[in-house]
Design a protein around this ligand. Structure first.
Ligand SMILES: [Zn+2]
Length: 157
């Protein structure tokens, strides 16, 4: 059964892939909705018993670090701003993730497929949303992210 893209409410453009380290991902290539790169995400594991189930995430203590990168002002902050802050505060973790998964446009390793460190970090932010530690909304992308069409915005309620 093809994966369902919750953003364009369709399974017409979705394909499944796996990263070199065995991480499954889904890409929706509906370019009208998501821009030229499409929208890539990690499927939620079936019957996940806890939201912080990612092994690498546990190693890096990624959830608490990401939470710290969202100002506790109740406002919705675009994904790119959260990522900028993460790179600034945790350069070693950021370069580890970029070496592993690449990035679409930053200096350093480029992503080999649609999966990138940004997809990884957004997936971990979604873990936090599942815990209701953050609120996820969607809005237009700006600046270097604008090729995405719309991107995620994160707020600490
Ligand atoms: Zn889509």
């Amino acid at each position: 059964m093809p994966a369902f893209c919750s953003l364009c409410v369709s399974d017409e453009y979705t394909t499944e892939g796996v990263t070199d380290d065995g991480r499954p991902f889904i890409t929706c290539t509906n370019t009208r909705e998501h821009g030229t790169d499409g929208y890539t995400w990690e499927p939620a594991p079936e019957k996940a018993s806890k939201s912080r189930g990612d092994g690498l995430g546990a190693e890096l203590d990624i959830w608490d670090k990401l939470l710290e990168c969202i100002p506790a002002d109740g406002a919705a902050h675009p994904y790119g701003e959260v990522e900028d802050r993460f790179i600034e505060r945790y350069p070693a973790d950021a370069s580890l993730l970029q070496d592993k998964y690449g990035h679409r446009w930053r200096e350093g390793k480029k992503s080999a497929n649609q999966y990138s460190m940004s997809v990884y970090l957004a997936a971990r932010l979604r873990d936090l949303a599942k815990e209701e530690a953050v609120d996820l909304t969607w809005g237009p992308a700006e600046g270097p992210w604008s090729y995405n069409g719309i991107i995620s915005y994160w707020a600490r309620p």
